[in-house]
Design a binder for this molecule. Structure first.
Ligand code: NAD
Ligand code: ZN
Length: 364
């Protein structure tokens, strides 16, 4: 089977395979990457385990040790990380072994960090099963866990050997998880691809119905776009990767102030994108039509994006502490038109608070 795309990085490249019914041909693909006689680990969470792991292990003709962490963000912890390391060591994994991460961004980030550090690094294969993981977290090589007070603060850049994406697993995903992933999809259109934004507008019904042909194309386009950005700025040193943070300065503050998990990440991002678009108009960087067009697409994809009415002062304070502040100064990624964003610094408190306020009242 031919890869759908190839992602390049400093040390080489890896293929991404995107196809419905991938499970049936996964043995062939895995055969290219896994040592046939070795022991390997399949790391997943409790939900995905129930839905897909058993079938996967049966089809894949390899010695796969199943490792299951509890579903949810809390598994990105030192305790789970240490458990997994001890457990795969006891199961007999060694330097020739491969870790397969099956699940959303949580098992992806956790298993990725295990792969990055076990025996100083062993091969990793990502099989993302949430839309967010398929279009975002499985591409780009970031792996890691959380500190009690700071998300994703411990980790490593560790590129996979391959990414296997089966869009049909999205059929079992809860609507909320789906729309959370769709917010990141809309984000790619706004930050860098006006044609893709227009394509999304004209395929709203098919996306809402999870038409598999359309979802396959959608995931493919997002992977191409993310790959393009991370190839230009693999280790987030050149600033290019910062465009992926569109909406995220607001979103991280919302998640922090309201508590993680109160809003799904993508919904917080959509609220942040709505506020950021309004902020861009307040700074005369963009027209009101951009705000309207973006809100219309978010709404038609049923992505909640109305900004919370409360705690705006706390949100502003939380933004000052965001780890994406550069040299102590807060930066925003703001759109100038659909398909283009700028990095903007020295934005005053009054304009930010006014945008939050307006984003809570104007839906379109
Ligand atoms: N590494 C990166 O570049 C990167 C980028 C973005 C986000 N992330 C991380 O990703 C995480 C969020 O990812 P997520 O939203 O995928 O979370 P998640 O892995 O917790 O998945 C969300 C829920 O969906 C369930 N699930 C997964 N696949 C399913 C399926 N096919 N059918 C039914 N249920 C399914 C999971 O069990 C879980 O309950 C965060 O920790 C975030 O920090 C990492
Ligand atoms: Zn995000």
């Amino acid at each position: 089977m031919k890869p759908s795309l190839i992602v390049n990085h400093r040390f080489g490249s890896y293929p991404i395979y995107i196809r419905t019914g991938l499970q049936e041909c996964c043995t062939d693909i895995l055969g290219k990457f896994l040592a046939p006689s070795g022991k390997h680990a399949l790391i997943t969470d409790s939900h995905v385990n129930r839905l897909y792991a058993a079938a996967f292990i049966q089809t894949a003709n390899f010695d796969l040790q199943l490792q299951v962490c509890p579903a949810g963000e809390a598994s990105k912890s030192f305790a789970q990380y240490e458990n997994l390391l001890n457990s795969i060591l006891r199961s007999g994994l060694d330097r020739q072994s491969t870790i397969i991460a099956l699940g959303g961004g949580v098992p992806g980030d956790l298993a990725g960090f295990v792969a990055a550090t076990f025996m100083r690094g062993i091969p990793l294969i990502q099989i993302p099963t949430t839309l967010l993981a398929q279009v975002d977290s499985s591409v780009g090589g970031k792996t890691g866990i959380n500190l009690a007070e700071s998300k994703n603060s411990v980790g490593a850049f560790w590129q996979p050997q391959a990414v296997l994406i089966d869009p049909s697993v999205l059929l079992t995903l809860e609507r909320e998880q789906l729309t959370s992933g769709l917010a990141e999809v809309v984000k790619y259109g706004v930050i860098m691809d006006a044609d893709f934004f227009a394509w999304l507008e004209s395929n709203v019904d098919a996306i809402n119905e999870l038409d598999m042909e359309i979802m396959t194309q959608l995931i493919h386009r997002c992977c191409v776009l993310k790959a393009q950005v991370v190839e230009e700025d693999e280790r987030e040193t050149r600033g290019r990767r910062a465009i992926l943070n569109y909406g995220h300065t607001f979103a991280h503050a919302i998640e922090k102030v309201f508590g993680y998990g109160v809003f799904p990440h993508g919904h917080a991002v959509a609220m942040g994108m709505h506020a950021a678009a309004i902020l861009a108009t307040k700074l005369n960087l963009a027209d009101q039509s951009l705000v309207t067009q973006q809100a219309k697409l978010l709404k038609s994809l049923r992505i909640p994006h109305q900004f919370p009415h409360e705690h705006h002062d706390e949100l502003w304070n939380a933004m000052q502490k965001d780890k994406k502040t550069v040299a102590g100064e807060l930066h925003f990624i703001l759109p100038t038109r659909i398909g283009h964003v700028d990095l903007v610094s020295s934005v005053g408190r009054a304009k930010v608070l006014e945008s939050m306020d307006l984003a809570g009242h104007t839906m379109e």
